[in-house]
Design a binder for this molecule. Structure first.
Ligand code: EPZ
Length: 417
């Protein structure tokens, strides 16, 4: 079993470039299946979730090449309609392939994604969108079978689900006629998906707003695209400076994508400056408690940054209240932070963080991707040694977390225990 070994107490100083956005490249890889040709995708991060998506594309008969941070997907001779159960279980977000497979092949099969470390992961909105576009969905024994020639329709999402918006977009591109998606998610990754679809020749507009319109039904050709920088990885490195003290510059990301996170860090006493595709943070004083942090759909405070900000606020002067409004159970990192001396009480969706002057090193375990990143950050600011296990969760979303942090001056390495 591998683990991070961290000697806390080192201030950070330096610059780091964030890799391509996981939550943009995953739907883009699914979208590549819609093209009758080869797509070339640059700034593709080397993550286990990306590897799983490429496995699914190979299983669907695509030619796949992955050189450095460029992936080529040739979907000119598709030969499959199902997502293998093992890959579905490994990565619940594989459900994003549903719309693309059904749109391209006229049928699709996959096992229903189970619950996960964030709580139940229902896909009712995904399936309702498929039905609105003329697809039939049969559920039997935990497996979903979808079929039908898709036609344009008016999809209305009861909540601005990121995945359901993406699945509806991919199905709509293949559906003959006009589709509108109302109450669409507005995340920057949705805009990236729209721009990629446009390079394939699709007619999509409105991404980033609550109403997306697609003129679908025309065949798509391959395209070439560069994925946006990962805003949550950028937020992670800014929060690392807040945890350990020091100054960090993060490049390769649009500062506007994480302005709710930088606003909270500024309120906590950090100095944050932003440039065209970079952000710089300086944290010299102990952090102050901030006004309640409520997670919300974009452009609200991102749920994916909740754990990493909590790590920073654990060692602060004052109290900060967190309200997790997106996922049912996204506080699994709290018990582990408590082992490091944090004073946090959870009541349902609310966590009250009473800042303490210092944390101490401990042996802690990551139970999910962003919770694992949070524990790693907390260890940077703790006194003494920490070991963090469960790195398979962290490797899903960070290309080289320990390498980047070491570059910034942290004493962290990956060891086999
Ligand atoms: C995406 O997940 C991201 N994953 C998540 O990032 C992110 O936390 C989430 O959006 C919210 O921003 C990817 O993009 C691969 P949702 P997704 O559908 O699409 C409920 C990370 O750390 N819901 O917007 O699964 C759902 O249960 C990951 O990188 C339904 O009820 O999120 C949740 O409570 C974690 N029915 C809420 O909506 C549905 O059909 C938001 O989920 C779909 C969702």
């Amino acid at each position: 079993m591998s683990a991070f070994l961290v000697e806390g107490g080192r201030r950070l100083d330096g610059s780091v470039r964030v890799h391509g956005a996981k939550n943009s490249v995953l739907p883009i890889l699914a979208a590549a299946f819609l093209a009758d040709g080869e797509s070339v995708i640059h700034n593709c991060p080397r993550l286990s979730d990306v590897a799983a998506s490429l496995e699914i594309l190979r299983h669907l008969g695509c030619g796949v090449r992955w050189e450095g941070d460029t992936v080529s997907v040739d979907a000119s001779a598709p030969a499959g309609v199902d997502v293998p159960d093992a890959l579905m279980r490994e990565m619940r977000s594989s459900v994003i392939f549903l719309g693309a497979i059904l749109g391209r092949m006229g049928r699709a099969q996959l096992c229903a994604p189970g619950g996960c470390e964030l709580g139940p992961r229902p896909i009712d909105l995904h399936l309702a969108a498929i039905r609105t576009l003329g697809g039939t969905v049969e559920e039997e024994g935990g497996r979903l079978s979808c079929s039908g020639a898709l036609t344009g329709g008016d999809v209305v999402l009861s909540i601005p689900s990121v995945g359901a918006t993406e699945n509806a977009m991919l199905a709509a591109v293949a559906a003959a006629g006009t589709t509108t998606i109302t109450n669409a998610a507005r995340e920057p990754e949705i805009v990236d998906l729209q721009e990629f679809l446009r390079t394939l020749g699709a007619k999509v507009r409105g991404a980033g707003s609550s109403v997306i319109t697609v003129e679908g039904g025309k065949p798509l050709h391959g395209g070439e695209f560069t994925v946006m920088g990962d805003r949550i990885v950028a937020a992670t490195y800014l929060a690392a400076a807040a945890c350990a003290g020091g100054q960090v510059k993060v490049t390769g990301v649009d500062w506007r994508h994480l302005s709710t996170v930088t606003a909270v860090l500024t309120e906590a006493g950090c100095a944050v400056r932003s440039g065209r595709d970079c952000l710089a943070i300086r944290c010299e004083e102990p952090l102050r408690g901030v006004r309640p942090v409520r997670t919300a759909p974009y452009p609200g405070f991102p749920t994916d940054a909740q754990a990493i900000l909590m790590a920073a606020m654990s060692r602060s002067e004052g109290t900060t209240l967190f309200v997790e409004n997106i996922f049912e159970s996204r506080y699994r990192h709290v018990d582990e932070l408590t082992r490091m001396g944090a004073d946090i009480r959870v009541e349902g969706r609310v966590a009250v963080v009473c800042g303490v002057p210092r944390l101490h090193g401990a042996a802690v375990r990551a139970d999910d991707l962003r919770g694992g990143a949070a524990l790693t950050l907390a260890a940077l600011g703790a006194e003494g040694r920490s070991t963090i296990t469960g790195l398979q969760h962290i490797d899903r979303g960070y290309q080289n977390l320990e390498g980047d942090l070491r570059k910034l001056g942290a004493e962290i390495r990956r060891e086999e225990l």
